[in-house]
Design a protein around this ligand. Structure first.
Ligand code: CA
Length: 236
């Protein structure tokens, strides 16, 4: 596919939703605002279309028929790309699952949602991404600002505190990035191990503590990385 998306008003958005009524309605609203939506109704189809169309943003239903549900799709996309993802959740217990997991989604809405509200969120997220990303697109994710001083630039794998680069070990950087993408969420040590060290990693949960200690030491007071007793850690 050699498609050039010249202006952000024509940004490609992939809608992953198995309910055709919802998908069509969302598509209608997105089209009306000048976006170029594509639909996928299964997780497998979603991964294909995302690979083909390189969307600027993905709307992702959690409850999907077939082998892959929305959470699987989210994880799979996140492993390769920082493209913004908004999860569409059907029930409160799904919201709980979303919040409890480390998925790296940018936002979520609960059904039934207003298409107008959804488009407003799409716009806000794309504006945020556009403002700081270069034109290189999805491969060049926007640096994340933590507080007033700390900037995490995943593309350059660089962290600066007050403009000065801080040397982090690879795992320390990965851990910081992972926490940054899940700001405000309390993540267990197990979730951090799975997310940073990988699912198959068998090791002592205290590994996380050691790395957290290093991050606190190297990044100083500007890093608001709280210990959540009985759970793990939360970056604010
Ligand atoms: Ca569904």
């Amino acid at each position: 596919m050699s498609e050039d998306v010249g202006v952000s008003e024509e940004a490609v958005i992939v809608i992953v939703e198995d309910d055709p009524n919802i998908a069509d309605l969302v598509e209608l609203y997105l089209r009306r605002d000048g976006y170029r939506p594509y639909q996928a109704s299964t997780g497998e189809q979603a991964l294909e279309i995302v690979a083909l169309r390189r969307p600027k943003l993905i709307l992702l239903d959690i409850g999907l028929p077939g082998e892959l549900d929305g959470l699987d799709v989210c994880r799979s996309i996140r492993a390769e790309s920082d493209v913004p993802i908004i999860l569409l959740t059907a029930r409160d217990d799904e919201v709980d699952r979303v919040l409890g997991l480390e998925l790296g989604a940018d936002d979520y809405v609960t059904k039934p949602f207003s298409p107008r509200e959804l488009v407003a969120r799409v716009k806000a997220i794309l504006r945020r991404a556009d403002a700081s990303a270069t034109r290189a697109g999805n491969q060049r994710p926007a640096p994340i600002e933590l507080g007033a001083e700390i900037i995490v630039d995943s593309a350059r794998r660089e962290v600066t505190v007050g403009g000065a680069a801080v040397a982090l070990a690879a795992r320390e950087f990965d851990l910081l990035l992972h926490l940054s993408r899940n700001r405000g969420l309390a993540l267990s040590r197990r979730q951090l191990l799975d997310g940073v060290w990988g699912d198959g990693w068998i090791g002592d949960d205290r590994t996380v503590d050691v790395h957290v200690r290093q991050l606190r030491k190297k990044l100083g007071d500007g890093l608001v990385l709280e210990t959540v007793w009985g759970v793990g850690y939360r970056l604010d």
